[in-house]
Design a protein around this ligand. Sequence first.
Ligand SMILES: [Zn+2]
Ligand SMILES: [Zn+2]
Length: 65
Amino acid sequence: MFKKHECEACGSKFRKVEELMQHQQVTHERRLYMCSKCNMGFEGMEQMRDHAKKFHSYNRMKEKV
Ligand SMILES: [Zn+2]
Ligand SMILES: [Zn+2]
């Protein structure tokens, strides 16, 4: 049985974890946090929030999510 490895960033599924890793490196550069506004990827939640503040006036919104 194949275990499905799912990319957390875009939901793509892979049969091998190596394929998932390669996909993430190529497609997302291992950045798993995605901006919900423009789908840019970031390494961490803080970078994503910083981006959102700069580009999407995120400071008007609450940051609970
Ligand atoms: Zn992906
Ligand atoms: Zn964005």
